[in-house]
Design a protein around this ligand. Structure first.
Ligand code: SF4
Ligand code: SF4
Length: 440
């Protein structure tokens, strides 16, 4: 079948949101909007991969942005980037002469990369509660996604992920990695871990997941690996079982409401109040359904748990549980009051420097410069089931030889998702509904 639209190419060449959500880019490319907003606002502490990508591939990113603008009929583009990333700002600015794209420079705050923060910063519009940017005429795309759009237009599939390896490693670096590479292959390019016993925050400390398994693999949404010593405060704090987090919260929360007062969604005017959600831990039989509704619009940024709570409790995890319980009970909270930005919004922004101090990671904040290394894993594992949309179905069998870039799992016409491609040359070792393993 000949591909005529950008959306078709993005689906066939496997482009999904590379910033974390993994939403199929083909769906966004098929919409009509007024603004395309490039999201280069990277705000996870110690991750620098978007800054490095913008500094080294500005023309490709802006080309991808123009393609998205053409496909969606957008009349203007907005490019969100932090002022502190001078190399990235300079590189992008050089390509903006006479372009219908404005630079939106942002302060160094967490979480400035949340779409609900970036859309008002770029356009002055607020995304409706429970809505998406498309409803206010905006399409937000991470800068790496735009780089992949540029490649897909040229018939090049997504085979590699750009990421940072930082934290307790000798020389933090940002580099390209074949998708499916096990984490154990990624420490050496960053000089190795500085401690024999460590944990890894997969895709960031604030919104990523803690793992100790070096056989975990890179996916299309992996933003980086942050290595921390096993005895670091954050690892002891976050490795607690969720049941223990809730048990401690039930007995120790004094309802001071700091978690709510610092919540970025609450400050934007959305009905998110984690201190009320904490009440549901104690009133599970009488009030949980009511309190849980204050979690519906939480974006899981982690600020309440990792920054705001003076008692070291877990309001973010209580919100995760509340959202799960609301789904199970078939309750959908709808915010009726208008969204109005809190008068203290600006004053309560959390600077990254303060966040790093609170997280006890100041000593690990270093640059993570781009290095052009060829990572050659002996084997890779492509996960089929992790992303939003329909999982692609394998089209290869064990024993088959594949070349990098060849499709290994595809979708039928009309299905929402993205195809998946071999990220190395090799032989298919195993195929299941969950994944495809390839040996180099
Ligand atoms: S900040 Fe902590 S102690 Fe205060 S209400 Fe929130 S969870 Fe409870
Ligand atoms: S994780 Fe906490 S701070 Fe972040 S949006 Fe949810 S409730 Fe608010």
């Amino acid at each position: 079948m000949e591909m005529t639209t950008l959306g078709e190419k993005l689906k066939s060449y496997g482009v999904v949101g590379a910033g974390g959500a993994g939403f199929p880019a083909s769906v966004k490319a098929s919409s009509r909007v007024e603004y395309v907003i490039a999201n280069g606002a990277e705000c996870e502490p110690l991750l620098h991969k978007d800054a490095e990508l913008m500094a080294h591939y500005p023309a490709e990113i802006l080309s991808g942005m123009r393609l998205m603008m053409e496909a969606t009929g957008a009349r203007r583009g907005k490019f969100g980037v932090k002022q502190k990333n001078a190399a990235a700002v300079g590189a992008i600015e050089k390509h903006l002469i006479n372009a219908p794209i404005d630079m939106v420079t942002l302060g160094d705050f967490y979480p400035s990369g949340d779409e609900f923060e970036l859309v008002p910063a770029a356009t002055g519009r607020l995304v409706p509660p429970g809505g998406i940017p498309l409803q206010v005429g905006c399409l937000v795309s991470n800068v790496e996604t735009l780089y992949n759009v540029y490649r897909a237009e040229r018939g090049l599939p997504v085979t590699h992920k750009f990421l940072t390896v930082g934290g307790a490693v000798r020389t933090p670096k940002s580099f390209w990695v074949p998708i499916g590479t096990p984490f154990r292959e990624l420490l050496e390019p960053a000089g190795g871990a500085t401690t024999p016993d460590f944990g890894i925050f997969d895709s960031g400390i604030m919104m990523g997941a803690l793992t100790f398994d070096l056989d975990d693999v890179v996916t299309k949404t992996t933003g980086g690996l942050i290595v921390l010593p096993r005895d670091h405060y954050l690892i002891s704090h976050m490795e607690r079982p969720v049941t223990a987090m809730h048990r401690i919260g039930r007995s120790a929360c004094d309802q001071c409401s700091y978690c709510t007062e610092f919540c970025p969604r609450y400050l934007l005017g959305y009905d998110v109040m984690p201190h009320k959600v904490m009440r549901s831990l104690a009133f599970s039989l009488s009030g949980a359904d009511l309190w849980n509704q204050s979690a519906e619009l939480c974006c899981a940024c982690g600020l309440c748990t990792l920054y705001a709570c003076p008692e070291d409790l877990y309001p973010k995890e209580a919100c995760d549980q509340a959202k799960h319980d609301l789904r199970a009970a078939g309750i959908k909270f709808v915010q009726r009051k208008p969204v109005e930005i809190h008068p203290m919004k600006e004053g309560r922004r959390v600077p990254l420097s303060m966040l790093r101090k609170r997280l006890k990671i100041e000593e690990y904040e270093r640059e993570a410069p781009f290095v052009d290394v060829a990572i050659q894993p002996p084997a890779i594992r492509l996960i089929l089931t992790k992303l939003p949309g329909v999982p692609p179905r394998p089209v290869v069998r064990a024993g088959q030889r594949v070349r990098m870039g060849e499709p290994v799992a595809t979708l039928a016409e009309g299905e929402l998702g993205a195809d998946l491609h071999a990220s190395i040359d090799g032989t298919v070792k195993a195929v299941s509904a969950d994944g495809v393993e390839i040996e180099a």
